[in-house]
Design a protein around this ligand. Structure first.
Ligand code: ZN
Length: 476
């Protein structure tokens, strides 16, 4: 019996990895006659050929100028558009992704949605080193998935030994340090000074006791959410003596009573009332060139899950969330259901404020990074699928498709370049990492055209549509 199980396991592992495309250095793929969206400018180039060798783009040019080697695998790009793969610049990996908890391993959900790069803002739960293992295995072609960058375990605060924590994460090979809301001023200064000495990138929340001015003067590299800026113009006082959850719950209560007369106001009225204060906060960021992750899908999700939980749980992609999440949600015990219980009207108020912030950040030319906070299994944000919601929201806010796509391509590459010197992706040019999405419609007309790609290439490995669909099929 045991032997039979072993054989079965061997067959199953072959079935999942047997036809996993390699990125053999000699392997050549040619996309021919394609409408090219290189993202080097707001233009589509018609009738182009893109040659990929191993994991890199080797040549790009008009179809009649680029010679296609005879042994190349040809992908016909006629009446299709080829654009760079997308990055989810704020997400979290979790050790239980591989195993029974998730119907489909999220690494595959990202690929199927055209997400070819992810940046983990803190691996969750026990055994955080899983993310380093996956990062390396994906790089070596042993595991299918997007290119991963990751911080070490989140420095929530209190941080008893800031210097030791930073040095430890750097030594373990993490790409950056993630700082959270509860870190004290003293701890923050020590984390920042150790990070500068070690040459490791820093990103995170704006700690309550530090504030935006402190974050900017100490030179934190990157802000985790647009939402973080809410605390700069709303008058709220965290009670740091309470537990982590109670601090946030306390802030929710304060906001609900302090701003009760504003909760019915629409976005326009709120803009009239708070626009000036918001612009003042945004103006502090202009000279600092500090990038901010968008994660608006979290705030939109809060509105939707509290106002119409049935619709929230009926979204087709919700089937990819762990059963444990769905069960908790139906019991009304999900993170945001509990955090905002009794204060549900705060959801739209908060969302509208972040929409105003996003508009002002765009106007000020701040580097925004496409991010969705997916992957935790705790907030109903479906890995991969959420990137398309985030792009839709940015479009609704007034970003052109080109501007919205830049947040997950060229902006992402710029920041990863600063973080790791590996910023060679995000556009379709010779020498760049071969991260590509082939789509049916012009993405520069409508970002919705990026949903359900015809195929995705991640670091030179090609996954046609049928393969992607097979990878994320749920066999229940
Ligand atoms: Zn997060």
């Amino acid at each position: 019996m045991f032997k039979r199980l072993l054989i079965l396991a061997a067959i199953l592992s072959l079935a999942s990895f047997g036809c996993f495309p390699s990125n053999n250095k000699e392997l050549i793929t040619a996309f021919v006659n394609v409408n090219l969206v290189p993202m080097t400018s707001d233009a589509v180039l018609q009738d182009q050929t893109v040659l990929v060798k191993g994991g890199r783009i080797e040549a790009v040019g008009p179809a009649d100028e680029v010679r296609v080697p005879r042994k190349a695998t040809i992908i016909d790009g006629k009446s299709a558009w080829l654009m760079p793969g997308l990055a989810d610049m704020h997400m979290h990996t979790q050790y239980d992704w591989i195993g029974p908890a998730w119907p489909v391993n999220p690494l595959k959900l990202y690929l199927a949605s055209g997400v070819t790069t992810v940046r983990c803002f803190g691996p969750l739960e026990s055994a955080p080193e899983h993310v380093l293992k996956w990062r390396d295995e994906i790089r070596e072609g042993k595991l299918p998935g997007p290119t991963i960058y990751s911080s070490g375990p989140i420095l929530f605060g209190p941080v008893p030994d800031p210097e030791g924590a930073v040095r430890g994460q750097k030594a373990q090979g993490y790409d950056f340090v993630k700082i959270y809301s509860y870190v004290t001023e003293q701890e923050f200064r020590e984390v920042m000074s150790a990070a500068k000495e070690e040459g490791i990138y820093t990103a995170g929340h704006i700690p309550f006791l530090v504030g935006l001015d402190g974050v900017l003067s100490e030179g934190m590299d990157d802000i985790a959410h647009i939402e973080e800026l809410d605390f700069e113009f709303l008058d709220l006082k965290p009670d740091m003596a309470m537990s982590r959850f109670a601090i946030f719950r306390g802030l929710v209560g304060q906001a609900a009573s302090k701003y009760s007369s504003d909760l019915d106001l629409g976005a326009n009225m709120l803009e009239e009332k708070y626009g000036e204060a918001i612009r003042e906060v945004v103006s502090k960021l202009i000279s600092k060139d500090i990038p901010i992750c968008t994660t608006l899908t979290v705030s939109e999700g809060i509105v939707n899950k509290l106002s119409d939980p049935k619709a929230f749980i009926a979204r087709p992609e919700i089937k990819y969330m762990p059963d444990a999440y769905l069960k908790t949600f139906r019991l009304g015990q999900e993170k945001h259901q509990v955090l905002l219980k009794g204060y549900e009207a705060l959801g739209p108020f908060k969302y509208n404020m972040e929409i105003i912030l996003a508009k002002e950040l765009k106007r000020a030319g701040i580097t925004l990074l496409l991010g969705t906070d997916s992957g935790t299994g705790g907030m109903g944000i479906v890995p991969g699928f959420s990137i398309h919601d985030e792009l839709r929201i940015l479009s609704e806010v007034g970003f052109t498709p080109y501007e919205a796509i830049r947040t997950g391509t060229t902006n992402a590459a710029k920041v990863v370049g600063k973080m790791t010197e590996e910023g060679d992706f995000g556009t379709i040019e010779a020498g760049k990492r071969a991260d590509l999405i082939l789509v049916r419609g012009d993405p520069l007309r409508d970002v919705a055209n990026i949903r359900e790609p015809l195929g995705v290439m991640a670091a030179g490995r090609w996954y046609p549509e049928e393969k992607l669909k097979g990878m994320i099929a749920i066999n229940k």
